[in-house]
Design a protein around this ligand. Sequence first.
Ligand SMILES: Cc1cc2nc3c(=O)[nH]c(=O)nc-3n(C[C@H](O)[C@H](O)[C@H](O)COP(=O)(O)OP(=O)(O)OC[C@H]3O[C@@H](n4cnc5c(N)ncnc54)[C@H](O)[C@@H]3O)c2cc1C
Length: 470
Amino acid sequence: MLSNEIKQKLITIVGKENVEDSQAVRLVYSYDATPQFQAMPDCVISPRNTKEVSEILKLCNENRIPIVPRGSGTNLSGGTCPTNGGIVLLFKHMNQIVQLDEENLTITVQPGVITGQLIQFVEEKGLFYPPDPSSMKISTIGGNINENSGGLRGLKYGVTKDYVIGLEIVLANGDILHTGGKLAKDVAGYDLTKLIVGSEGTLAVVTEATLKLIPKPKTKKTLLALYQNIDAAARSVSKIIAKKIIPATLEFIDQPTLKAVEDFAKIGLPTNVEAVLFIEQDGEESQVDKDMQSIEEICLLEGAVSVQKAKSVEEAENLSSARRAALSALARLRPTTILEDATVPRSEVANMVKAINEIAKKYDVTICTFGHAGDGNLHPTCTTDIRNQEEMERVERAFAEIFEAAIQLGGTITGEHGVGQMKAPYLEWQLGAEGVAIMRSIKQAFDPHNILNPGKIFAKNTRKRLVVSR
Ligand SMILES: Cc1cc2nc3c(=O)[nH]c(=O)nc-3n(C[C@H](O)[C@H](O)[C@H](O)COP(=O)(O)OP(=O)(O)OC[C@H]3O[C@@H](n4cnc5c(N)ncnc54)[C@H](O)[C@@H]3O)c2cc1C
């Protein structure tokens, strides 16, 4: 627990009402959306501005108190679990849109702004902020930046890092730094903006961000391609891209996920097929029509049993919301849901789906798969029960083998959810000892006393690698 002296100093900085340390509040912030991790913080603090963040960090640095910056806690890597106790830093007061600059096509926001609200705000002005994680109704921009989150539109438009062009950050010692800005070009020294993106709260606290906007596409069309064969679905993905068509969205959903989503959303999704591709294209109407026509032809040629086009904006929105609800729908099946994000080159999607299904069978666990097929970013999702230790051990071995399979196929252990605490033991598999060492030295330079989100990204012990041949 924090000493009374430290608590009093924190109250002096942010006011009594913004320092909470009751058992109930600490319990709420002891976990995030990742099921396996929990640890109690000592205190939860809600600063109102950058100066207060700076004073808190200075105090914590001098007294070696861990700080866990937290948006909405929707990360899926144990990234906001207060592993070493200390302070959880909330941004509920720092949630303002600071400036929309229509001449430079940028928006400057505080970290607590909700992603979906930002997207809606700019779309009302005819502008577009593409990164759209499925959690966008609750996730914050601060969280998106620190996880470098992707979304359904990643294939065509890229991910969060492609839109963050300037940051205000507070370093562990309390110094306030500005990186980048509204500039389209800036090569003055190392790109600190991009270094902070995806740093999972371990290098600095983001207190303001300038994001790039683009014009809103004029129109959008949606279709579902239905398959009785997963290979045919995966082949269609590669063939669409090989035809030089980049859809705005190209999502894969397998049958168990479809059934769970339909049961949840009740919008008439087909549940008697092995898989569907959910495809959207946006842009100028004539081009969108041409692309959708070609996509339909490719899907049918590659073995889709049928293609269904959304007949209205409402139907298209329902399909999109249903896809975004996949995790929530699967979470209703059993007490514990573990969602992963192993990612492979697009051309290996079929092999990865096959590997996931074989591994699930081998370990006798239920794994449903959906995800951003166009990015090769799949979400094998295990519905299980954390209270059954024997089953959890099988689940863990299955996921270790899934990560191994992804790496063997030229992929990565995480495409968008970050390393956090969950993937830390596997990081060396991906980067090698030298890769981890250089990252540790960057962490040391930014945060020599390891107060910023300690226990994340870098594990004490690396998992022994499995040797899998398939
Ligand atoms: C249903 C569901 C669907 C999801 N879909 C997607 C998806 O499609 N794509 C995707 O990429 N992810 C997805 N996620 C994961 C998650 O929503 C994202 O990682 C999101 O960016 C987290 O935002 P958050 O505000 O909840 O951040 P948190 O979970 O609170 O924090 C995430 C990380 O950012 C750090 N952080 C937060 N704010 C700051 C700050 N101001 N300064 C420094 N560090 C900070 C935290 O310490 C932590 O390391 C999904 C999660 C759920 C539950």
